[in-house]
Design a protein around this ligand. Structure first.
Ligand code: ZN
Ligand code: ZN
Length: 260
């Protein structure tokens, strides 16, 4: 059976500093999910030092629907000391979380201001070290998603695909072999139409290797504003699912277990 477009686990509300949009309420996110016929949706606001006090209260009392479960989540960064920003005692606050290892533009939090990433090699090496560290941690991987692994924010303005090209097939195989074994979900976040013919294969390569290594996938739209919902989320998800020729067998178990 073809991979059903029935969920979205990456959504930001008005409490994320990069949203700050009064219209982006939890109710609006549920409406978006219902409009698209989803059976599972999740709130994944950024857990950063400046959101720690507001993120947990906002997750309380998420609106629910008979046809769509609304889960409590968070988008969690690893800081420049390679410590997760989600503390052990905060784990009961969420049903799941997504791990963002690519926000290297967050200087002072994710990247050390005294050790700037000056070249694309610096960024790729930093990414590799962060991924290695995350996969060696003792985390509840069956409810942890790997967020937008091919969306790398680079301070020096390098092309993302240049950075991805510095990961060999063997390196991706090693990474995704571990991800598959740990039971962590791999987020599908890219919209193929956003890439040129030249760049698309370079962005697809990691996901193709992930599939080959037995990884399981979930969808993450990463909306910060209501307009993001209207930019045809369904089409975005469908085209990446089609390109990777995914079936329901490729879907992350966490999604299957939690959708209504
Ligand atoms: Zn954001
Ligand atoms: Zn992110």
């Amino acid at each position: 059976m073809k991979f059903a477009i029935d969920h979205d686990l990456h959504n930001h509300s008005l409490i994320s500093p990069c949203s700050r949009d009064d219209r982006q309420t939890k109710e609006a996110i549920l409406t978006y999910a219902l409009t698209n016929g989803f059976h599972l949706v999740g709130l994944s606001d950024h857990l950063w030092p400046d959101t720690r006090d507001i993120i947990w209260p906002y997750l309380e009392q998420l609106p629910q629907s008979k046809t769509c479960r609304f889960l409590k989540g968070a988008e969690v960064d690893m800081d420049m000391n390679f410590e997760l920003l989600l503390h052990e005692d905060e784990l009961p606050n969420v049903d799941y979380y997504i791990l963002a290892l690519t926000h290297v533009h967050l200087i002072g939090c994710v990247t050390d201001a005294n050790k700037p990433l000056l070249t694309v090699e610096d960024t790729a090496n930093y990414m590799k070290a962060r991924i290695r560290k995350a996969l060696s941690m003792d985390l509840p991987f069956e409810r942890v998603g790997l967020a937008h692994i091919t969306w790398i924010s680079q301070p020096a303005g390098h092309n993302i695909t240049e950075c991805l090209a510095l990961f060999s097939d063997e390196e991706w195989e090693d990474i995704f072999g571990k991800v598959a074994k740990l039971g962590m979900g791999v987020e599908l976040n890219i919209r193929p139409a956003d890439y040129s013919e030249e760049h698309l294969p370079k962005v697809l390569r990691p996901y193709q290797i992930a599939k080959k290594m037995g990884c399981k996938f979930y969808l993450g739209g990463d909306a910060h504003h209501p307009e993001d919902f209207r930019q045809n989320r369904y089409e975005k998800f469908q085209s990446i699912v089609d390109l990777l020729e995914l079936t329901e067998d490729d879907k992350w178990e966490f999604v299957k277990q939690n959708r209504v």
